[in-house]
Design a protein around this ligand. Structure first.
Ligand code: FAD
Ligand code: SIN
Length: 532
């Protein structure tokens, strides 16, 4: 396959970019590839909404910029913060023009929610299923664009660079260039090459690296792992955001249902197992402090009381309003026998968002030529050491636009692609035991959750590195000798991502934002991004 614009990922970042290049170049072909069904993305699960300044009487760009910088704890790139906040309203208007509905009041004014770290009510939402509405809008628009082809259940394995032409490529090779990707076609079980002048990685987050996460099964950090293997730059992976309030269900692993922070924005109160509202002991902003503070506070309360969860108390809230704003949460709780009007909701922190990722500049360009990255897989400089709630959908739209502007200005000047060899699967055989893969994944998730979670220290990180090294060695052995499957490829990627998170955490000899190390409890004067 060969195309002009290749997009990996069908979430908000990939689809927004695809629509823009397709509209600008009706004669050129845009190919979107996704490893799952088109809407199985982190985007679909977004609840709270999109943070955007759209109330000039009470809000301002300056306030949103300031809130983002405070949450980012000294590591945001101020220029990027200004870009995202100021370009945000135009991007929101575009998706509204494409058909997205955000809730309005009786006067036709947008309803605005509030979440941790925001000084104003500025979060546009579609009840508690904002992401589903945005994903639906984008997929509908993509269906109408005749020059976009969307192929699902194709697993991208690696980006193709000079390395595949037989050249030695290292971190210091200048002008590493991307020519497309190798994909595993799960229908034919064959590995094919897809060549492109320009490739965009929009592969989303990596929450599945941990035992419990709000992310769906697709969130395995594939894009980050591919770029790292291709010798591109990866930044600030240690900043994993744990959402304070995932629904606690005893014994559950993998994806946990989210209880949006907007519930606390509307008045929900966190209580420990003794029924005490504890957040005032940790921060004057109480339940609406930024996520790193709330998640650590909950972690601490759980340790003190010896429990696996705390509670979110909504019993005092206006239930009519609750059901109107949070119908999905209301129903989910009810399905588990929790009537939120009468009972508190058991909640615990879960891995939620990757603030670091593929390092990009302010036009979404990665360190590899003709390879862009956008959305959760990218590290643009917006989030710094901690993402402000509801800033990621906004970032994805703003940077999808910027990637499009830059790619559009360059596409016609890109030289013809060199001949690319087919994938070489010689010397591999069918795997004998799937258990080797599933067991290694469990081990990885255990190691990451126990040693590289909300609270870290030197000993835990050293242990994690040793165990990840072993998992890496064993999995590379499998990869070299067996025919690949999506499970094996994901395991391999998650091990790489686990390694990058842990290495970043070990290099950062301080506590800042989401990274808290009890052996270095203070912020260092050296304010630095960690690039691997
Ligand atoms: P995704 O939407 O995750 O899409 C990734 C795509 O890449 C998928 O199509 C996937 O199949 C594809 N892909 C990945 N690897 C491969 C591969 N190897 N080969 C082929 N395809 C591949 N943010 C907010 O701003 N506001 C919110 O209210 C909010 N709520 C959230 C609630 C939940 C439960 C979660 C999980 C996240 C929430 N977030 C929220 C974060 C936000 O939803 C995500 O950061 C954002 O949607 C990521 O979009 P994306 O396009 O980068 O990636
Ligand atoms: C939430 O709704 O609490 C999640 C918002 C986000 O992750 O930005």
């Amino acid at each position: 396959m060969q195309t002009d614009f290749l997009v990996i990922g069908s979430g908000i970042a990939g689809l927004t970019y695809a629509l823009k290049v397709a509209h600008q170049f009706p004669q050129k072909q845009v190919l979107v590839i996704t490893k799952a069904s088109p809407d199985e993305t982190n985007t679909k699960y977004a609840q709270g909404g999109v943070a955007v300044v759209n109330d000039p009487e009470n809000d301002s760009f300056e306030k949103h910029i300031e809130d983002t910088l405070i949450a980012g704890d000294g590591l945001c790139n101020r220029d990027v913060v200004e870009i995202v906040v100021k370009e945000g309203p135009a991007r929101i208007q575009e998706i509204i023009d494409w058909g997205a509905q955000f809730d309005k009041d009786a006067e036709g004014e947008y309803k605005r929610g509030k979440e941790g770290g925001h000084s104003e009510f500025r979060i546009l939402h579609h009840k508690d299923v904002t992401g589903r509405e945005m994903e639906r809008t984008l997929l509908d628009a993509v269906k109408k664009a005749s020059n976009i082809t969307l192929l699902n259940h194709l697993f991208v394995i690696d980006v193709i660079t000079q390395h595949h032409l037989g050249y030695l490529v290292t971190k210091s090779t200048p002008d590493i260039c991307c020519y497309g990707v190798y994909v595993l076609n799960s229908q034919t079980n064959r590995i094919e090459k897809v060549l492109a002048k320009i490739t965009l990685l929009a592969t989303g987050g990596n929450g599945q690296v941990y035992r419990t996460t709000t992310n769906p099964v697709i969130a395995t950090g594939d894009g980050v792992a591919m770029v790292y293997r291709a010798k591109g730059r990866i930044e600030n992976m240690e900043f994993i955001q744990f959402h304070p309030t995932a629904l606690y269900e005893a014994g559950r692993r993998g994806q946990a249902f989210l209880i949006t922070e907007a519930v606390r924005g509307d008045g929900g109160i966190l209580r420990n197992s003794n029924g005490e509202a504890f957040m005032d002991r940790y921060d004057p902003r109480k339940d609406l402090a930024p996520r790193d503070i709330v998640a650590r506070a909950i972690d601490n309360e759980m340790k003190i009381t010896g429990t696996e969860h705390v509670y979110l108390d909504c019993r005092h809230m206006d239930m009519e309003k609750f059901r109107e704003h949070f119908p999905n949460i209301y129903e989910k709780c009810l399905s588990l026998g929790i009537d939120v009007a009468k009972s508190m909701i058991p909640v615990a922190p879960a891995a939620h968002y990757s603030c670091g990722g593929i390092k990009t500049d302010e036009w979404g360009r990665s360190s590899i030529n003709n390879l862009y990255a956008c959305g959760e897989c990218a590290s643009t400089g917006l989030h710094g050491a901690n993402r402000l709630a509801s800033n990621s959908l906004l970032e994805a739209m703003v940077f999808a636009h910027r990637c499009y502007v830059d790619a559009a200005s360059r596409i016609d000047a890109i030289a013809a692609l060199p001949p690319i060899p087919d994938w070489n699967a010689e010397g591999t055989a069918e795997p004998k035991e799937m258990i080797l893969i599933t067991q290694s994944l469990k081990e990885l998730q255990q190691v990451m959750s126990d040693y590289v979670g909300i609270v870290r220290n030197i000993v835990r990180l050293q242990r994690a590195i040793r165990r990840i090294d072993l998992l890496f060695e064993e999995t590379e052995g499998l990869y070299q000798t067996t025919t690949v499957s999506p499970y094996l490829l994901e395991l391999r990627n998650m091990i790489t991502v686990g390694y990058l998170i842990t290495k970043g955490a070990a290099f950062r000899k301080e506590s800042r934002g989401l990274h808290y190390n009890t052996d270095y409890p203070f912020k260092s004067e050296l304010v630095q991004n960690i690039v691997l």
